[in-house]
Design a protein around this ligand. Sequence first.
Ligand SMILES: Cc1ncc(CO)c(N)n1
Length: 238
Amino acid sequence: MSPAPTTDAPVTDAPATDATGRLSLWLRDRSEPDWSAAVAHRFTGELIAGTVADDVMRRYLIQDHRFVDSFVALLGAAIAAADRFDARIPLTRFAAMVTSDENDYFLRAFDALGVTEAMRRDTPDHSATTAFQALMTEARLTADYPCCLAVLVVAEWSYLTWAARADGRLPDRFEHAEWITLHDNPFFRDFVGWLVSELDRVGPTLDDDARARVEDLFRRAVAAERAFFDAAYQNGRD
Ligand SMILES: Cc1ncc(CO)c(N)n1
């Protein structure tokens, strides 16, 4: 894997004013104010402080486990659509991590928080979950590598950004602490660095229409991240 470029640059970085340099930075700027609202969301602050209310954590994890299902399918589409084997390898390794370590975390956290199989089954999808899943399905069905990357980059880069803000301070309970370390550890950092560099690699190959499609998916994904965190504080369907 190539060395990770700077992926945890502060959100106050000088704005990228055009799409001809690093596409990732340009897209991130274009997704404001949602990007900053997502990575500095109340949920992430409470997670780092270890003060997330249990019912908020339960709601978030039940919905997020469903997010992960669609996310893995999107990863599969990216693996299939990638233009070279060198790209399929890190994507596949990442899919393996999500379906092993990360899935184990969910199951242990459900147990610790008293989330039963019945609760998981009977809790309806929040509209934020449905919307995010629809967006991931849309990206997956394009079977277009840059479009798949756009949504994957948002999901992983935004999570690394908020998790890095813990800066080594971890809350006591594993339900909180491990959700942070799953999104800020050397493997994850390396993967996100590579993923962002992939978007930057394919960026210059896009014509205006293709770049517009990537931008549209990226911006809607950032808005979906923000809405997903908001949903954890809403005690109802939407
Ligand atoms: C909603 C959401 N976005 C991103 C991630 C990181 O994979 C996640 N687990 N959930």
